[in-house]
Design a protein around this ligand. Structure first.
Ligand code: FES
Length: 375
């Protein structure tokens, strides 16, 4: 293994090999013939992949090296000669924990969400989706800076091995190959599936993160933020374990921005004023102190909890880039319901008269009421 790791640029060849194997399976599976991918998707994915590999990663590695030399003089290569079995797990765990939180923040912070949104506008999974992020998202990605720093410390072998292992899982969890299906099919493999799905990211758990809507009972774009290890999601309460795959991917109400604006935002903005990437769209409160009475058909519904949906009381996806997520509820038969629109109900989605408490506080200004509603 030691000798193998000293082959120059071995991780590049191995990652290309992983991409080759998964793409062969995707092509044989007939997925390219049935693809929903548009020309725009291909352009985005190729631009993101090439800019990351040729410009952003080398640039970050160089800057982290310079940072190491100036901030930690004399520490260069302190890891060399240390056991790979210690450096590798430390490197991988720190790398993946940093990426978990960065990824989660990119879903919960409106500013970072705009750099990550392109990852979720893909309407079809595939290995190239793993590289689909705005240039700015990659430039700020803390674990790429961490890789550069570990290289400065002399952890080159751990980085090489770590990148190969991680890319195998990350590419595998985006690829339409769905390698985990076999584990769910045969009951004697279920104990193994139980362990694997709790330890690493599988296509099923990651596809659920990319699913378009929670309504399908499988997807939850506001969960499963892990990239290599699934332990973080379990530790920080964002885990949704599933063995099913969503049928629909993408984001609700996708304004179909140009590939250049999705790749280079905020340097290039969308010319669609209804898009978050235009710089013109302002999300605002759409809550109301009156509940709404509706007669709804039997089925599943998503109740808006963020108070910004333009289709109140239901979710329209406006919560993206915030900590809020919609609440799924199901009606077993056609029913008359009184749905909360103030977002204060403790029995949400149903009205529990909480709006009356606010209505009885005339001393509160409109903005104070809104603040109360948001807390
Ligand atoms: S728009 Fe989805 S929770 Fe408000």
């Amino acid at each position: 293994m030691e000798r193998f790791l000293t082959i120059p640029d071995i991780e590049v060849f191995v990652v290309i090999g992983i991409l080759f194997v998964f793409s062969t399976f995707e092509i044989i599976g007939g997925l390219l013939q049935n693809t929903k991918r548009s020309k725009q998707d291909w352009l985005i994915e190729i631009a993101c992949f090439l800019s990351l590999a040729l410009l952003i990663k080398p640039g970050i590695f160089f800057l982290s090296y310079v940072f190491g030399v100036f901030v930690f003089p004399g520490q260069e290569d302190v890891f060399s000669g240390r056991s790979l079995w210690i450096i590798l797990p430390v490197y991988l765990l720190v790398d993946d924990l940093l990426q978990y939180w960065y990824h989660r923040m990119a879903h919960e912070n409106p500013w970072l969400w705009k750099f990550h949104r392109v990852h979720h506008t893909a309407e079809e999974m595939g290995l190239l989706v793993s590289y689909r992020n705005a240039a700015m998202y990659f430039a700020l990605m803390p674990n790429i800076w961490w890789i550069g720093f570990v290289l400065f410390l002399g952890g080159g072998k751990a980085v090489i091995l770590g990148i190969m292992l991680k890319q195998l899982i990350v590419i595998g969890s985006h690829s339409t190959t769905k390698w985990d299906q076999v584990l769910y099919k045969y009951s004697f493999l279920h104990p193994l599936a139980w362990v694997i799905e709790r330890f690493i990211i599988t296509p099923a758990t990651h596809f659920a993160h990319h699913g378009k809507s929670k309504k399908d009972g499988i997807s939850d774009p506001n969960g499963n933020y892990g990239n290599m290890f699934f332990i973080w999601d379990q530790l920080f309460n964002t885990a949704i374990i599933t063995r099913k795959y969503p049928n629909e991917f993408g984001i609700p109400d996708d304004p179909k921005d140009s590939w250049v604006s999705q790749w280079l935002y905020p340097l290039v903005k969308s010319d669609n004023p209804a898009s978050e990437l235009s710089g013109e769209l302002r999300k605002s409160e759409t809550t109301s102190l009156s509940p709404v009475e509706l007669e709804l058909e039997k089925g599943k519904y998503l109740w808006c909890t963020c108070g910004m949906s333009k289709t109140q009381p239901f979710c329209d996806g406006s919560h993206q880039g915030s900590k809020y997520k919609p609440l799924l509820f199901e009606l077993k038969k056609k029913s008359k319901v009184k749905l909360c629109q103030c977002k204060l109900s403790k029995k949400g989605p149903f009205c529990d008269q909480s709006h009356l408490e606010v209505a009885q506080m005339p001393e509160l200004s409109q903005s104070e009421v809104k603040k109360l509603i948001k807390t």
